[in-house]
Structure formats: C-alpha cells, structure tokens
Write a protein that binds this ligand. Structure first.
Ligand code: IMP
Ligand code: MG
Length: 179
C-alpha cells in the first residue's frame, strides 16, 4: 500500500495524542495509589497494548515488572473471528505478585475473559484489568475492566498500538478507520 492509500483509510482522529498523554499520566497515578508502594507486575497482551504499556509503565513510580502474553482473535480485516488463541504465555510465575493486565481494547471481551480466567487460576495476590479503550456496546461475555481510559462507540479504530492488517500501530493518536 502506498502513502495515499494508507492515509485514505483514516476517517478522523477520535482521541488525540494530548488526550492520551493526560489519561495515561492519570492511570499511572491510580496504579501508584492502589499499589501503595508494593511492587506490581504489568502483564501486557501483544501486540495491540505494546505502546500503551510502554507509556503506562513510565507513568508508574512503584517498582514495576513487565510480562508479555499474546493472543489472536482478529486475524485480518475488522471483524472478530470469535476464536481466541493464546499464542505466547508468561515466562514468570505470578503467584506472589499483584498483577495488572494491560489491554489495548475490550471489544467482545472474549480475549480478556480467557486470559484473566487463566491467570486467576495461578493465584496471584491480586488481579486487575486496565484497558486503554472500551467498546461496551459490543460485549458478548461478562467482563469489565477495573479501569478504562476511554469508552468509545462501536467503530473500528486504529493507532497507538491498534492495527488493521498490521498497519497503523505507529500512529500517535486513535483514529476511526474507514474501509
Ligand atoms: P475481543 O476479544 O473481541 O474483546 O477483542 C479484543 C482484541 O481485538 C483487541 O485486543 C484488539 O486487538 C482487537 N480489536 C477489537 N476492536 C478493535 C478495533 O476497533 N481496532 C483494532 N483492533 C481491535
Ligand atoms: Mg489485542
């Protein structure tokens, strides 16, 4: 795809770089407050949450460790296939840790439900969920984030880590994608 085609799919900016920055700073303080000086393990779900995690962990001042998991639910295009595969698991034991799952977006909720059920079985000291974006109107399973930075309508978005066919992750803002 060339540059013209690339930009032609950006309908409009939904959440600006500045709005994201402010919300991430606030989320970092909230994590500091709930951890109250104790270390936290931030578990990020690849790939969509990688930029959010990178900014969020630098907004936190309690001792913080990073872990990665990967799951695929969208294989291409903008519709969920409904099937969640855990393609990468944590390399660390979480049983003695306060864990926060860092997610890019909760759509149907299936990915997060599978991952949080799986991690809860490993008996972490506590397990919370923080998501950059929430699309509550699309939920098909019963799951809620403990903290959500932005609630958005039922539109397909890209940028700040979120992709369409692997493109647009590097945009510094969240934009509505046009087919
Ligand atoms: P869920 O399992 O349906 O909640 O889907 C979660 C995953 O689907 C997210 O982690 C994203 O990777 C992807 N996804 C859902 N909605 C969007 C969107 O609007 N843009 C880009 N990716 C999305
Ligand atoms: Mg994702």
């Amino acid at each position: 795809m060339d540059k013209n085609e690339y930009t032609s799919h950006i309908e409009k900016v939904l959440i600006s770089e500045d709005e994201i920055k402010q919300a991430v700073a606030k989320a970092g303080k909230m994590i500091d407050d709930i951890c109250d000086g104790r270390p936290v393990r931030l578990v990020s779900i690849l790939k969509g949450a990688f930029i959010f995690l990178a900014d969020l962990c630098r907004a936190v001042s309690v001792p913080c460790e990073i872990g990665f998991m990967a799951a695929s639910s969208y294989y291409s295009g903008t519709e969920s296939t409904g099937k969640v595969d855990i393609t990468l698991d944590l390399s660390q034991d979480i049983s003695k840790y306060h864990v926060i799952i860092v997610e890019d977006i909760i759509d149907t909720g299936r990915t997060l439900k599978d991952i949080s059920d799986m991690l809860r079985k490993r008996s972490p000291l506590s397990l919370r969920i923080i998501t950059l974006l929430d699309k509550p109107s699309r939920r098909t399973v019963d799951i809620k984030a403990d903290y959500s930075l932005f609630t958005i309508p039922d539109v397909f978005v890209v940028g700040y880590g979120l992709d369409c066919g692997e493109y647009y992750r590097s945009l510094p803002y969240i934009a509505v994608y046009r087919e």
